[in-house]
Ligand binder design. Sequence first.
Ligand SMILES: C[S@@+](CC[C@H](N)C(=O)[O-])C[C@H]1O[C@@H](n2cnc3c(N)ncnc32)[C@H](O)[C@@H]1O
Length: 470
Amino acid sequence: MVRQYILRYSKERERVLDPFGGSGVTAIEAFLENRTGIQNDINPLANFIAEGIVNLAEGEITDYKAALITLRETCQKKLDELYESPDDLIPRFRRGLKMPENVLLPRNSDVRQYRELFTERQLTALALLRHAIDRIQNPFAKGGMLLAWSATLAKLNRTFLSAEGRAESRGGSSIFSIYRYKIAKEPVDLPAWRTFEERARNVLVAKVEIDKLIEVKRRTSGWFGGFETYEKDIDDLVAQLKEKVDYIFTDPPYGGHISYLDLSTLWNCWLGRLPSAEARQRELIVGGGLDIKESAYVKRLGKSITSCLDMLKPGRWLSVVFQHWNTAYFYAILSSAAESGADLRAAVPQVGDTIWSMHKKKGNESVLAGELILTFQKIGKRREFSQGKTLDVGKVLYEILSSENSAVLYGEHLFNRMIIAAWTSGAIGSLNITKQEFNDIIKQHGWLYDVDKHYWVRNRHVSLFTSVTN
Ligand SMILES: C[S@@+](CC[C@H](N)C(=O)[O-])C[C@H]1O[C@@H](n2cnc3c(N)ncnc32)[C@H](O)[C@@H]1O
């Protein structure tokens, strides 16, 4: 989907930026499509992943394979021995190995210090592997193996929870499910070498795939892909990239209480890339360790849209992926864009094939999952806009429901249409609706929510579904 947007709104050799780049999807897709992908994120882990993937385009696959063989020769036997040894012998395996800094963890963690996130065996296994990777000569093969090691770190720690009813190795860290460092009641000690090797093999597969894509370009249109990385607060990026970017596709943080920086300490600490105190202050979130207020977040969200438009060349396009119940967030995005001389040209909801969040999976119709992609063009003329009108939400929702032919509808789709209707009629400033009111109106019009399928069903079709709630 990101690739389609890049192809639609930019040309080969142009510069495509994601200022909230995360793991780098936008910039990597742009790179693979013969653009210069510009990755920015305040979180060092995000850039580590994005650069790690892009750098797989460098070096020969034979060097990567050789690096994995060397690691197997130096580590596999030692790691197997470590896992068979009694606890009191573990210190022997530690000799000469560098341990990560023992930093303090966020207050809501189950343990206070970094190294407590690991069993002694896990800590030693990870250090042993890291020691061997640091000795690989070829810088690209070494980078690839480090990427595999960082993915191993996600599995070899005490926050790892096995997924019920599946193989022990299937599952994930509590960081990804409940967004904090929760120690598993029954820790799983996955075998270190096998866990690493699986990830290293994935890296080799990715390298082959990237090499192939580039080779096809080289033989057809020629290969011009480029990549730049910045680790700045979005507003500070403007000084460097003012009017230098051809297209921006971005997915800003939604303000939800997910502190990406705090949760990334698991990796950033051992990678030696802990963010500065200033970066922590500038992270765009609500809550977090610094307890940032929602009003401050909304203000900065609006400012970040202005920064995006400052970096775009005149006439070019900005796509923003967003979803939230709070209409003030949309107001911030839409009004900042209008004030900075951009025109809303498309609003496309993405629903139907989403990976539902844990909350959504529990069948709650009040949780939003699909996103809205707002695309603006920088026309340069500051738009006067008045958003002081009021909106009869019941009437608008009824009109939207009546205009839909489908027997099933996603709540996200309806909500997104309502936002755009409010914006175009100058009433988003007064749009204030709770989730409950929104759902009640849909029910009043004869729709029922299907908890399994996560969508609304027209009443007359209800008998077709067995699990519809009322
Ligand atoms: C929703 S995520 C982006 C996810 C991304 N699209 C991906 O596919 O991985 C938002 C990102 O914004 C970053 N971020 C938060 N505050 C920032 C700021 N002030 N400047 C730059 N990046 C920031 C976070 O570290 C996070 O990686």
